[in-house]
Design a protein around this ligand. Structure first.
Ligand code: KIV
Ligand code: ZN
Length: 515
């Protein structure tokens, strides 16, 4: 058997994924996701864009301090101030990478940068050299490479490698390419750039035409050895390449690929759930690998085939990506130690004993209402535990009255900035009445853009997981809440979103900055 090349997995959930409207994450949420990515053995974690805001800087710093096994990366435009900020944020990292980028397509150079190609090459060289003052691991991206001229790309890449770049990333920034063409671009670049053997070639594809995964794999078939991707394909507009899909495609089709990743695929489902809960972006049921139906066989012929011989209809094993059948893991009588042990088995860590105690109290309340507690319940309980710091608003109590032929009524008591306040409102339904009470008390002026409810496990006593998306002054935030009572889950989700709306936040979009 021939020795396979290593295919590096560069996860950008915390940076490009966070650029999805409403997907912004707090520092602690980023650390929690970064730890899950580390457990999955992701090679590089792009933790953020440190110059974008003080919050992003702190998040990159916190991830750099928390992660020991994966390389932690910070994004920067090809500007001294960006690179210095990234270098500073990455100081605590055991292994750090600076990722610097500048656009190379005619449209971006003329219309956005207003720079000549010569100036772009000069700036790329300067940026890579400056980044090398902080770390030996420097990635250079030719933004909008998918619409750049090949001769110019060869020129700028050769210059970046000469200046010290060790990874060369080829982004299809606007998701314009198709697989055959993108694969050919990678092949030609590796063949024509004279010093291409001194760097790892990487692909970074967006999903505007639904081709991000196909384009990334075409790149790999033509010599790329790093894929940039996100959990659940989260990202700008239609998203990025989905980590779980490329990893499983390469793993499942080892007859086709001359390389493989070192990802622990059994961590995929729990990490997908964690990202979905934190960002409030639900996973569609028919999503490959991580969708609830990805391994469910409905038709009789399929079920019969799978029972007789699993491989008749299954190309992967559900357990290899971390699906376990809903297992009753804990109950009302389980103690703190059993809870702690199960959390550890699920890879969930707490920063302090106080946080563990807080979650254990919530677990006890849940176990009283719902006698069988599944892994999914524990994950939801921990993921929706107070993730917004400081919490400006808290739910104290909720009373709803819903009766056939009567107008639903809600009475809500909130703790707002330390003071209890109550309101009573009627509504079209109990959730509507509850939201009206909350809005009456807070007068946030935020617009509700999305309200969705999913059951976490099966059964009528299952917890409902609610996502609420709010918009205020162009800023979009998501909130989540989980409870066996979906009206309470809805109130929690709405309050969670409002806490984020009320959190001051200003961050710059990396591809809109004035270079
Ligand atoms: O899509 C893109 O071009 C990017 C770069 C910053 C790599 O995200
Ligand atoms: Zn991108």
């Amino acid at each position: 058997m021939s020795v396979k090349d290593k295919l590096f997995i560069f996860d950008t959930t915390l940076r490009d994924g966070e650029q999805s409207p409403g997907a912004s994450m707090t520092r602690d949420e980023k650390v929690r996701i970064a730890k899950a990515l580390e457990r999955m053995r992701v090679d590089v974690i792009e933790a953020g864009f440190p110059i974008a805001s003080p919050g992003d800087f702190e998040a990159v710093q916190a991830v750099a301090a928390a992660v020991k096994e994966s390389t932690v990366c910070g994004l920067s435009r090809a500007l001294d101030k960006d690179i210095d900020r990234a270098g500073e944020a990455l100081k605590p990292a055991a292994r750090s990478r600076i990722h610097t980028f500048i656009a190379t397509s005619p449209i971006h150079m003329q219309m956005k940068l207003r720079m000549t190609p010569d100036e772009v090459v000069e700036q790329a060289i300067r940026a890579v050299k400056r980044a090398r003052q902080y770390t030996d691991d420097v990635e250079f991206s030719a933004e909008d490479a998918g619409r750049s001229e090949l001769d110019f790309l060869c020129r700028v890449i050769e210059a970046a490698i000469d200046a010290g770049a060790t990874t060369i990333n080829i982004p299809d920034t606007v998701g314009y390419n198709i697989p055959q063409q993108f694969g050919e671009t990678i092949r030609q670049l590796i063949e024509r750039v004279p010093n291409s053997d001194k760097a790892v070639f990487s692909v970074h594809c967006h999903n505007d035409l639904g081709l991000a995964v196909a384009n990334s794999l075409a790149g790999v078939l033509n010599g790329a050895r790093q894929i940039e991707c996100t959990i659940n394909g989260l990202g700008e507009r239609a998203g990025n390449t989905a980590l779980e899909e490329v990893v499983m495609a390469v793993r499942t089709r080892q007859d086709v690929f001359a390389c493989d990743t070192t990802i622990d695929t059994t961590q995929i489902v729990s990490t997908s759930r964690l990202v979905s809960t934190i960002t409030g972006f639900p996973v569609q049921p028919n999503k490959a690998i991580v969708g609830a139906n990805a391994f469910a066989h409905e038709s009789g012929i399929h079920q019969d085939g799978v029972l007789k011989h699993r491989e008749t209809y299954e190309i992967m094993r559900a357990e290899d990506v971390g699906w376990t059948a809903n297992r009753i893991v804990l109950g009302k009588h389980s103690g703190r130690n059993a809870f702690r042990t199960r959390l550890k088995e699920l890879g969930i860590e707490f920063a302090s004993e106080a946080e563990l105690n807080e979650s254990f109290e919530k677990f006890k309340v849940l176990a009283d209402k719902k006698h069988e507690i599944f892994d999914e319940d524990i994950q939801a309980l921990v993921s929706t535990a107070s993730t917004v710091e400081p919490e400006y608003v808290r739910l104290v109590s909720l009373h709803v009255c819903s009766e056939t032929g009567e107008t639903p009524l809600a009475r809500v008591v909130l703790l707002i900035d330390g003071h209890e306040q109550a309101a009573e409102c009627e509504g079209g339904g109990p959730v509507d009445a509850t939201f009206k009470c909350i809005e009456k008390l807070l007068e946030s002026g935020a617009n509700l853009q999305l309200y969705s409810v999913n059951n976490i496990t099966s059964g009528t006593d299952a917890q409902g997981e609610v996502t609420v998306r709010l918009e205020k002054a162009g800023r979009i935030v998501n909130g989540q809440g989980a409870d066996t009572d979906i009206v309470i889950a809805s109130a929690k989700a709405y309050i969670n979103a409002l806490n984020r709306v009320l959190l001051p936040e200003s961050r710059q979009h990396p591809q809109l900055g004035d270079v």
